[in-house]
Write a protein of this length. Structure first.
Length: 301
């Protein structure tokens, strides 16, 4: 079943009302008026908007569209006459610069925010925390959409704080001044003397030097006096990647705190396995594999 007929089926999950969406959404081939399905979508968007103005509570319908090379969250939102906040939160788009090429998007017909029951990315976690009180009141039903479950907050948009988080995914150096003492890749460990993979960069700096978050994100984990990393902070970023800051002296953030690019999160230390004051800095992709930070930051020896 599709559209409104599918959304009329209700079941209960974890004491929340679930509106089951169809697995086969109408497919939009092109975001142009010549596409019949897209014309139907535009009509549904217009009807939904008029219904809300009239004080009614229409149910959203869902269509699917596979983004092309030139599509961005802004161009898609403009063509659909639906805010980018809505499209981004429904489709797990955490940063304004995220590439959509080849990604199958679910396009809703109503303006609002989609908050997943099980948030994954930094933006989703922040969005869920920001609206936790309202969700707990039980006013908003949860919709099953494309295999995920979302609370739908009709008519809502991202707060100013989250909007800034979404729009400015810049990356900065974690230290203002440093000397690169150990690169990413295979090396002879200065501790064990064995040939081992080094998953990050070692950046030497004076004890107590400020350490900055390289990107907007949420503090996902804090370790204190870990045998290897010492005092360590792990930050989850909007695209699902994480950055790690190890061997810190002081930790100046707390678990779950939202941080901005360039915000001071700690100071250079000597904790854990280290032969001198430095920052061990890692970047890991959403799958947990270490990436060479040199490809993402302007770091020179």
């Amino acid at each position: 079943m599709r559209g409104k007929a599918a959304l009329a089926l209700c079941v209960f999950l974890s004491c929340h009302r679930i509106l089951s969406g169809a697995q086969g959404y109408p497919v939009i081939r092109s975001l142009r008026s010549g596409d019949i399905i897209f014309s139907q979508y535009q009509t549904s968007v217009e009807e939904g908007s008029k219904a809300r103005v009239a004080g009614k509570t229409p149910q959203p319908e869902y269509f699917s569209y596979t983004a092309g090379e030139d599509d961005s969250v802004f161009t898609v939102a403009s063509r659909c006459s639906v805010p980018y906040d809505t499209i981004a939160t429904l489709n797990g788009i955490s940063e304004s610069t995220e590439s959509l090429a080849g990604k199958t998007l679910i396009l809703p017909t109503l303006k609002g925010l989609y908050i997943p029951l099980r948030p994954d990315t930094a933006l989703e976690i922040l969005l869920a925390k920001e609206n936790s009180g309202r969700i707990a009141e039980g006013e908003y039903p949860a919709h099953r959409i494309n295999g995920r479950e979302f609370y739908f907050l009709p008519g809502e948009m991202l707060s100013g704080t989250l909007r800034a988080f979404f729009l400015t995914p810049r990356m900065v150096l974690p230290l203002e001044k440093s000397v690169l003492t150990s690169d990413f890749g295979m090396r002879v460990s200065p501790i064990s003397g064995r040939w081992l993979m080094h998953h990050g960069l070692d950046m030497a700096a004076p004890l107590g030097s400020p350490v900055f978050s390289c990107r907007n994100g949420t503090v996902a984990e804090i370790l204190r006096m870990d045998a290897t990393y010492g005092n360590c902070v792990r930050i989850l970023h909007g695209n699902g990647a994480t950055s790690i800051y190890a061997h810190l002296d002081e930790i100046l953030v707390k678990d779950g705190e939202m941080v901005s690019a360039g915000q001071k999160i700690g100071t250079v230390g000597l904790t854990g396995l280290t032969t001198g004051p430095h920052l061990h800095f890692e970047i890991r992709n959403p799958g947990g594999q270490a990436q060479n930070p040199r490809g993402l930051l302007d770091i020179s020896k």
